[in-house]
Design a protein around this ligand. Structure first.
Ligand SMILES: [Cu+2]
Length: 180
């Protein structure tokens, strides 16, 4: 029985579609669409990152690096232009030569893969040739060591941070969302 009703329904849809190309009702719809499309432009940076809603703005970041090649936290939110303290601690027990960690905050647009690869052979695993890609970084920290640095990021956006010890950036990476 349903099929009998489908045919006239489809015919009227086709009829409406073919008539929609002209007339004032179409230009009114276009104007309405433009207004709606402008709304996402004011959306906060990083709004599409899963879990970002439960992260509060801070000026005091604490990150632990662990023997399983992970950071304990990977998502932070700060304010543009605000001075932020960052304390990185290597809470692992493995020897420094095998398992050191750092935090390197990268400028927007940095090729993280290229940076991580250049870091492998660089002194202290900080590639001097890519210094302009680095916003701030801690030194390499062995087991039980920690360091506090401070930095400012003037422009809102989403920034990657990694551990640049060889082989680590694949699992040791996170994001800092900078709010305007
Ligand atoms: Cu590491």
């Amino acid at each position: 029985m349903k099929r009998l009703f489908l045919l006239p329904a489809m015919a009227s849809i086709l009829f409406l579609a073919s008539c929609g190309g002209n007339g004032s009702s179409d230009s009114a719809a276009t104007t309405a669409d433009t207004t709606t499309a402008q709304t996402p432009a004011v959306e906060a940076p990083g709004a599409d990152i899963p879990g970002i809603d439960s992260v509060n703005v801070t000026d005091d970041i604490h990150i632990d690096g662990m023997d399983n090649m992970q950071f304990d936290k990977t998502l932070f939110k700060i304010k543009a232009g605000q001075e932020v303290k960052l304390t990185m601690k290597n809470v692992g027990k493995l020897p420094k030569e095998a398992m050191s960690h750092n935090v390197v905050i990268l400028a927007q647009g940095t090729d993280v893969q290229a940076f991580g690869e250049a870091a492998v052979t660089a002194p202290d695993h900080i590639p001097a040739a890519m210094a302009s890609d680095i916003i701030a970084h801690t030194k390499l920290l062995g087991p039980g060591e920690s360091e506090t640095i401070s930095f400012k990021i003037p422009d809102a956006g989403v920034y990657d941070f990694i551990c640049s010890f060889p082989g680590h950036f694949g699992t040791m990476h996170g994001k800092i969302v900078v709010e305007p």
